[in-house]
Design a protein around this ligand. Structure first.
Ligand code: ADE
Length: 320
């Protein structure tokens, strides 16, 4: 039946602490859309303790979504309520009253997804690099030109992004929250280049591209998944660390697609045989070593996010 998704299950009573009146929300435009989900930009009046209008992002379902997608959205709602960290996207409220679509209201990140930001920064690259040095120092440097926004990414930004994401993930690991879908497309970039981990409700269809393999149990981000997740559906903070290793590779390549040319159906066997992505052109030996340590076959041998935070802090100190 149409509009099945509009109905809330009886198991989800409204939460007065987070419920936001729909009439104080004005939808402005679509920011992103997947098969079943949609993210909108909106203005909210008097939200999150701020008087007047605030730009927010609103996560909702499309008309073709059904009960399982609604369950995913509500599970993300529950998880977001608990997560409070500067590098994790913040929940501001929700509209769950019956008779209208469910809305999760989340903080707006003005630069959008980190993957898109990295890719947009690429066209600025030409003519600036080419000193041929094999460290991060030739990733890119670029100056603002004119008035249109310029998506700069300096070598220090790359380290800072890795540091911030590790801090957010260390926090999530601390509160026993396993992300399961850590990737550059699921990290948002807010003002001052602050990274915000997002999309941890397994509502994994909202963004671009072909990163997800369609399976009976939803879409699977094979190229970011640890071998134990691929083989046995085991997800832990250590499998999140594996995904973080792939995210590092995305950072260094400015948003390239991992395992280029590898068919997702062959990936598990390749990984089991010890195959790993090679060192990207602009990646230092030190960074590559960290990346590959995240891809240890044995989950217990991978670094923790806390240890990774310490590595980035050392590297940031050394690079001043
Ligand atoms: N796209 C998806 N979620 C977003 C958010 N919270 N802010 C900006 N763009 C987004």
């Amino acid at each position: 039946t149409a509009n099945r998704h509009l109905l809330l299950p009886k198991t989800c009573p409204p939460d007065p602490k987070w419920e936001f009146p729909r009439e104080r929300l004005t939808i402005e435009q679509v920011l992103g859309e997947g098969e079943f989900g949609r993210v909108l930009r909106a203005k909210a009046i008097d939200i999150g303790g701020i008087a007047g209008a605030t730009t927010v992002a609103v996560k909702t379902l499309k008309e073709n979504a059904c009960a399982s997608e609604l369950a995913d959205l509500l599970s993300e709602y529950q998880l977001l309520k608990e997560a409070q960290h500067p590098n994790v996207i913040r929940l501001l409220g929700a509209c769950t009253t019956p008779g209208a679509p469910v809305y999760l209201i989340i903080e707006f990140a003005e630069f959008g997804s980190l993957r898109n930001y990295l890719r947009r920064s690429r066209h600025l690259e030409s003519g600036i690099r080419s000193d041929g040095c094999s460290s991060l120092s030739n990733v890119i440097v670029c100056e603002a030109e004119g008035t249109r926004p310029v998506y700069t990414v300096t070598p220090r930004d790359i380290l800072s992004f890795a540091w911030q994401i590790s801090k957010g993930m260390a926090y999530l690991a601390d509160i026993k929250l396993v992300h399961r879908d850590l990737a550059a497309r699921n990290v948002l970039l807010a003002a001052e280049k602050v990274c915000k981990i997002s999309d941890f409700g397994l509502t994994r269809d909202v963004y671009e591209d072909d990163a997800y393999l369609k399976r009976s149990k939803g879409r699977v981000p094979v190229k970011w998944m640890a071998p134990e997740s691929l083989a046995d559906h085991v997800y832990t903070s250590k499998s999140d660390v594996w995904s973080f290793g792939v995210l590092l590779w995305e950072l260094v390549t400015l948003g390239a697609s991992p395992y280029p040319g590898v068919d997702v159906h062959n990936l598990y066997n390749l990984l089991k045989a010890g195959y790993r992505m090679e060192r990207p052109a602009n990646c230092s030996q030190q960074l590559y070593k960290l990346m590959t340590s995240c891809w240890h076959q044995e989950p217990g041998m991978r670094p923790s996010f806390k240890e990774l935070v310490n590595h980035w802090e050392k590297m940031l100190e050394d690079s001043v």
